[in-house]
Write a protein that binds this ligand. Structure first.
Ligand SMILES: Nc1nc2c(ncn2[C@@H]2O[C@H](COP(=O)(O)OP(=O)(O)O)[C@@H](O)[C@H]2O)c(=O)[nH]1
Ligand SMILES: [Mg+2]
Length: 249
């Protein structure tokens, strides 16, 4: 061992010094090249979060996107579903497909803390609203959405949000324009009432909208869009479009 080291030392010493420097320079440049490459190409998030009140249809959507079927009656709503997969509708497409990481966060308030686990690295959030049974749940849905829109993990990272009006397979479902308006109105009311509470009690990390103006989603720093779907019948093209827009191939 010692002898080998000695031999290497002798060999290095008889090399011209320029050659040594050149070798060192090549090493440094190569290292710097890969370091810069790594910095320029941060690994993009593939996580999409499904949130919304219990019964809005998140679990049905999750299975529809993954399997092209809802497995009616065989799954319970309390289990958080999470999976990494290629969208069912894209399985037959040619070329390399990027799997998405989809998380279904149960709407039950006890389980909502799961959100904070996934939001800091989410590429997008889908807020599912029951368009059929909308009016009785409007206030609760607005409260949940308000909590999401004021989270630092959403505002700072400008996480895109899709408000998804679900269950449009039924003719009595409310339109997305109506739902958007009602949610804006409710959030506007919430903003006033929550601002009235002493600031020490407020958990909101960011304030919403423009002071003195009626709240509208267009005032949010992150992009908030509205779409329609039916997880039950598989009308999910607008959801898939949102996912693909934010989880690139
Ligand atoms: N008509 C209709 N019913 C749906 C749709 N999606 C879900 N449901 C029903 O709504 C209920 C709640 O769905 P689920 O996926 O468990 O909601 P979750 O609590 O948000 O996970 C179930 O009875 C579903 O069959 C839909 O697109 N249309
Ligand atoms: Mg569920």
């Amino acid at each position: 061992m010692e002898q080998q080291m000695h031999q290497i030392e002798l060999w290095v010493r008889q090399l011209p010094v320029e050659q040594l420097y050149a070798a060192l320079a090549v090493l440094v440049v190569t290292f710097a090249f890969f370091a810069i490459l790594h910095l320029l190409k941060p690994s993009k998030s593939t996580t999409i979060v499904l949130a919304g009140l219990s019964g809005s249809g998140k679990t049905a959507l999750f299975y529809q996107l993954r399997d092209g079927s809802t497995h009616q009656g065989t799954v319970t709503s309390m289990d958080p579903n999470e999976g990494t997969f290629v969208l069912h509708s894209e399985l037959e497409k040619k070329g390399k497909l990027k799997p998405i990481h989809l998380v279904d966060v149960p709407g039950h308030s006890r389980l909502r803390s799961k959100l904070d686990e996934f939001l800091p690295h989410a590429a997008g959030l889908i807020f599912v609203v029951d368009a059929l049974d909308f009016l009785p749940n409007c206030r609760a849905a607005a409260e949940y959405l308000y909590d999401i829109l004021t989270k630092a993990s959403i505002v700072k990272r400008k996480t895109p949000i899709l408000i998804l009006c679900n269950k449009v397979d039924k003719v009595t479902a409310h339109s997305k324009e109506f739902i958007k308006k009602q949610l804006e109105k409710e959030i506007d009311k919430l903003r006033t009432s929550r601002n009235a509470i002493s600031s020490a009690d407020i958990a909101d990390e960011y304030t919403l909208g423009v002071p003195g103006e009626a709240f509208s989603f267009s005032q949010c720093r992150n992009k908030v869009s509205v779409a329609e779907a039916s997880g039950l019948t598989g009308e999910v093209s607008q959801v898939e479009q949102f996912i693909r827009e934010h989880v690139k191939h």
